[in-house]
Design a binder for this molecule. Structure first.
Ligand SMILES: Cc1cc2nc3c(=O)[nH]c(=O)nc-3n(C[C@H](O)[C@H](O)[C@H](O)COP(=O)(O)OP(=O)(O)OC[C@H]3O[C@@H](n4cnc5c(N)ncnc54)[C@H](O)[C@@H]3O)c2cc1C
Length: 326
């Protein structure tokens, strides 16, 4: 086995997906933990006419393997598996890292199945102990956190949950882009790309926001969302929510923070009238600064908040806005 970590880049319409810089952080850390250096983490870019993307990713100081093939113009699971098989065989990495996005969890299991490789999905953290990979995952509807140990002579395919790791920014150096020729049999690609459908709602991607002001059931009625929106705007943030609010359709599902919503890591997270149930906390506990506003001093949100206000959010926010406007 030649070792190292092989990352699979994700991109759409000429842009690198937000999960990819996060994957680079994980990949570099794992490559070092396996006893290698940065060059032992390589990233694969699959697509057609994606050389610019490959050059962009080389700016993150890791070597890029570019697979440019007309059959990869649009994503298909079968196309990706066909293209990646040869690369995984020839590079023989310790780990193949894929983001646990709808694309990633489509092709990663198919790749593992096609090559008879071990697979561990939806990981929150990855570590190395000796010759074992330790993957942290949540089980039983996310109620239990478990560590899975994998020891394998063969590459391990791993999907990592977006938001689990801080994204790395481009560095100064530039690494090499190597063209990798592949042969893809289009007749063996069973899926056909029809069209890209965007979500109906306008919507903001919470996972990339620096400031999130989230509303919970404590705001009491839908009309009070205006106040949350006004406050979020005043401090340059976007509005998130706890699950009851998206369940009641006060906000779209895309705004839900938590175990069954988005995992976010903003610089500032303001929880307004949110009790701090573990399913909510699972999605925001890694925010840089957590400010909680709640009338109940025993609310669990205060256990993880850096700054807490025992106050009525419907009074505190208008007063703060008044001050901000002055
Ligand atoms: C499988 C599963 C998955 C789940 N996934 C998620 C998820 O992804 N995200 C999520 O958020 N939840 C999720 N939940 C639901 C979760 O368990 C909680 O029910 C939910 O987070 C509670 O939302 P809340 O804090 O807004 O409401 P509540 O728990 O009702 O809390 C409202 C809070 O507002 C305070 N309050 C009331 N009035 C005011 C006021 N005027 N000013 C200030 N504070 C006030 C109260 O003291 C209280 O603490 C999930 C549950 C399950 C079982």
């Amino acid at each position: 086995m030649s070792g190292g970590v092989l990352l699979i880049a994700e991109h759409l319409e000429g842009r690198v997906a937000p999960s990819t810089p996060e994957l680079i952080t994980t990949g570099r850390r794992l490559a070092a933990a396996f006893g290698g250096d940065e060059r032992d983490a390589r990233i694969v870019v699959l697509g057609s006419g994606v050389r610019d993307l490959a050059n962009h990713l080389a700016g993150y100081t890791l070597d890029v393997l570019l697979v440019d093939h007309p059959a990869l113009a649009e994503y298909t699971g079968d196309g990706y598996v066909q293209a990646l098989r040869g690369i995984v065989e020839s590079t023989a990495p310790r780990v193949v890292l894929v983001a646990h996005t709808s694309q990633g969890y489509d092709f990663a299991p198919a790749l593992a199945g096609a090559m008879d490789l071990p697979l561990v999905t939806n990981c929150l953290a990855l570590d190395v102990e000796g010759d074992r990979l330790i993957a942290t995952r949540r089980l039983l509807n996310e109620k239990v956190q478990a560590q899975v140990e994998i020891r394998s002579e063969r590459p391990i395919v791993v999907t990592v949950r977006p938001g689990a790791e801080k994204p790395v920014g481009p560095a100064r150096g530039t690494m090499t882009v190597t063209d990798v020729p592949v042969s893809i049999d289009p007749s063996a690609v069973r899926e056909k790309f029809v069209r890209l459908e965007r979500p109906q709602v306008q919507d903001i991607d919470l996972s990339g926001a620096d400031i999130i002001v989230s509303a919970g059931r404590g705001i009491q009625k839908k009309e009070n969302l205006v106040l949350i929106e006004e406050f979020a705007k005043a401090i340059g943030g976007v509005v998130g929510a706890s699950r009851p609010l998206t369940d009641m359709d006060w906000l779209p599902k895309t705004r839900q923070v938590g175990q069954s919503g988005k995992t976010v890591r903003p610089k500032l997270y303001v929880a307004c009238g949110i009790s701090g149930a573990m399913q909510h906390v699972a999605g925001m506990k890694d925010a840089g600064l957590i400010v909680a506003i709640n009338t109940d001093p025993t609310a669990p949100i205060f256990e993880i908040a850096h700054v807490g206000f025992v106050a009525d959010v419907l009074k505190l926010l208008p007063a703060t806005l008044k001050e901000l406007k002055r």
